[in-house]
Ligand binder design. Structure first.
Ligand SMILES: NC(=O)c1ccc[n+]([C@@H]2O[C@H](COP(=O)([O-])OP(=O)(O)OC[C@H]3O[C@@H](n4cnc5c(N)ncnc54)[C@H](OP(=O)(O)O)[C@@H]3O)[C@@H](O)[C@H]2O)c1
Length: 310
């Protein structure tokens, strides 16, 4: 199926992923197109495609080993797509798939979080961490967010019960936790493993976990595209239970989408491949819907330092 890309999310670490540079057989596939989450409109259907129609708004994750979404058009497997509701802007839609699904799968599928448990959410002001923090709180967890000193306020706004500045505070002060959600790795990950209570779980999204603490579980995983879950996530955004954290919105008018979009602010980087979503705006104007805050944040250049919580 071919889709016209309107907005594409971008994870800075994509430059380091082996799948960015090689296919499943490890053959070089450069020049590669990065960006693997998107919001867009279906423009052509492959033979046998069911459940989607031409012109439909969709969002989701594309295959890691194939060219991505920082392009005007992309070919995507229909099974990786979920319908994007008409009142959700493409920029918001493009910011959700990787962060939202990673947080969900890490907390509930791999971490088996239960109400009343404590969660150490590393990088709590980042794209994944903000989702982890909100979802863990919603499901009854006690969340200790971490990050740099400047991340404290954002982490607390996303719902962290407490915050630890990794550069100045002692991680050991956290005491015992039931679940560590690691987005940083290295020494932070190693020290976090020793904080787990018996029966606790360390979930990592930054590669294999070296620590093997006795009576504790360690898991690393790569997020999977699950359209049904994505629909639940966007439903939460629509009814205000979940906020996406968009840091930088890059306009191709100011910078070509193939350029290296450096990270300049907390949160997700989204590249606006096409102008604003006129359809969604007019739909909201007609209905007078209170969900106005789902509209596009103002477009800025990568040098902007402010971040937006939608
Ligand atoms: N396995 C998977 O399926 C999967 C899925 C999604 C993401 N990931 C990975 O998860 C990582 C996070 O992704 P993201 O999109 O959430 O990135 P992000 O938005 O940059 O968030 C990471 C957060 O952690 C903070 N941080 C990093 N190192 C730190 C340190 N040493 N001390 C204090 N704070 C630190 C960052 O602060 P600064 O920006 O100030 O450094 C940032 O706030 C990336 O490596 C990405 O590749 C993996």
């Amino acid at each position: 199926m071919v889709v016209e890309v309107h907005a594409s999310g971008f994870v800075p670490a994509e430059w380091e992923w082996p799948s960015t540079w090689g296919d499943r057989s490890r053959h070089d596939r450069t020049p590669a197109i990065i960006g693997h989450e998107f919001a867009r409109v279906v423009t052509a259907l492959g033979y046998g495609t069911t459940g989607l129609s031409l012109g439909q708004r969709v969002f989701g994750i594309t295959d890691w080993h194939r060219d991505g979404t920082l392009a005007e058009y992309a070919a995507v497997e229909a099974r990786n797509l979920a319908p994007l509701p008409g009142d959700v802007d493409f920029t918001v839609g493009a910011s959700l798939p990787i962060s939202g699904l990673t947080a969900w799968q890490g907390l509930f599928q791999h971490g088996r979080l239960r109400a009343g448990q404590s969660v150490l959410a590393h990088g709590a002001a980042g794209a994944v961490g903000a989702m982890v923090t909100q979802l863990a709180r919603e499901f009854g967890g006690y969340v200790i967010g971490t990050g740099r000193a400047a991340d404290r306020q954002a982490a607390l706004v996303f719902g962290a019960n407490d915050f630890l500045d990794l550069e100045h505070d002692d991680l050991g002060d956290v005491g015992g936790v039931d679940l560590v959600f690691d987005v940083i790795g290295g020494d932070v990950q190693r020290r976090s493993a020793s904080l787990l209570r018996p029966g606790g779980t360390l979930v990592s999204v930054v590669g294999p976990v070296e620590a093997r603490p006795v009576d504790r579980l360690t898991i690393d995983f790569v997020v999977e595209s699950v359209p049904g879950r994505l629909m639940e996530i966007v439903g939460r955004v629509r009814d205000g239970r979940l906020r996406t954290h968009i840091g930088t919105v890059v306009s191709p008018r100011r910078r070509p989408p193939c350029a290296h979009p450096d990270r300049a602010a907390q949160g997700k980087t989204v590249i606006r491949v096409r102008p604003r979503n006129v359809g969604a705006a007019s739909l909201q104007a007609r209905s007078g819907d209170a969900r106005r805050d789902l509209q596009t944040p103002s477009t800025c250049t990568p040098s902007a330092t402010s971040s937006k919580v939608l």
